[in-house]
Ligand binder design. Sequence first.
Ligand code: HXC
Ligand code: NAP
Length: 292
Amino acid sequence: MNHSQKMLRDNALKGKTIVVTGGGSGLGKSMATYFLELGANVVITSRNLEKLQNTAKEMEAATGGKVLSVACDVRNYDEVEAMVKASVAEFGQVDVLLNNAAGNFISPTERLSANAFDTIIDIVLKGSKNCTLAFGKHWIDKKETNKTVVNIVTTYAWTGSAYVVPSATAKAGVLAMTRSLAVEWAKYGIRHHAIAPGPFPTKGAWDRLLPGDLKEKFDLAKKVPLKRVGDHQELANLAAYLVSDFAQYLNGEVITIDGGEWLKGAGQFNLLEMVTPEMWDMLEMMIKANKK
Ligand code: HXC
Ligand code: NAP
């Protein structure tokens, strides 16, 4: 067994329909593909229908599952409502919403136009809110239960991060929404979870966060105590568990999957890992001498 193997039993998601926003690329595509392998029907949505349709074909051929592609800009509530209708019309019901769509880029905050800041807030926070509200209203109105919303956030949702301030601000809001609705909508049989991934290489993120030779200059694996980046299957395994019926007593949790990256940045003395055993011998002598 190793971390890149598939975790859940066959048909673990059979009978479920799962909507993955931003499901045409990157982590959304990886998670959606695994859901299909586990027997779910999947709806993938984003702004680019052609990209979605190509991805859907690829995923259907690889898994034998059924994929519906729906063009939907999550910033626009009317489009989101139409996406809910199209998903229900195709599959009869939707059981899981995975809010994965995002926008992000690095920039000193003072260089951002008001519209640049709004663009990220609108995709990440308003987009997650739009999808959650539209599906929540639908489920509550139809009295359907055993529903799950999973929100993809990041570890800087609670630490904050310089140079990605709109994204940090928006993801913090999504995390607050996750925890708030976990309590408020539990009575309707709707559970909420968040996943906070560390670095998982994707073209979308790497082009915008590590453009040019930044990829070589900032080897993100070095920031992780486990000294590697994440494997998409590891994230897909976690997401599949959270949306499965095995996770029915989990609600309101944010699960970090980052090899210990954010804690390494947080611990005051963590930098001491650079100290060699010989230096430790000396330091120990100095500390003990001071005591005398
Ligand atoms: C400064 C920028 C900019 C940049 C865009 N803008 N890029 N400002 N630096 N690099 C400004 C534009 O000038 C414009 O403002 C405003 O932002 C909107 O830009 P548009 O291109 O018109 O917006 P749009 O077409 O909606 O595209 C949205 C986008 C784009 C976010 C800018 O990158 C995109 O489509 N991203 C989707 C995918 C994505 O971002 N994936 C990465 C997720 S990674 P003005 O004032 O000129 O009109 C992630 C990882 C988190 O979230 C943690 C990692 C460890
Ligand atoms: P990605 O491939 O760029 O995924 C983002 C997706 O969002 C794209 O498919 C994009 O599709 C869609 N999207 C963007 N704007 C949209 C809009 N207005 N309406 C609908 N869809 C929109 O990047 P990724 O790395 O896989 O990111 C996926 C998620 O993981 C994001 O929530 C990100 O914040 C999170 N995350 C990633 C990492 C990482 O290391 N990769 C780490 C932490 C968190 P279109 O362009 O076709 O619309």
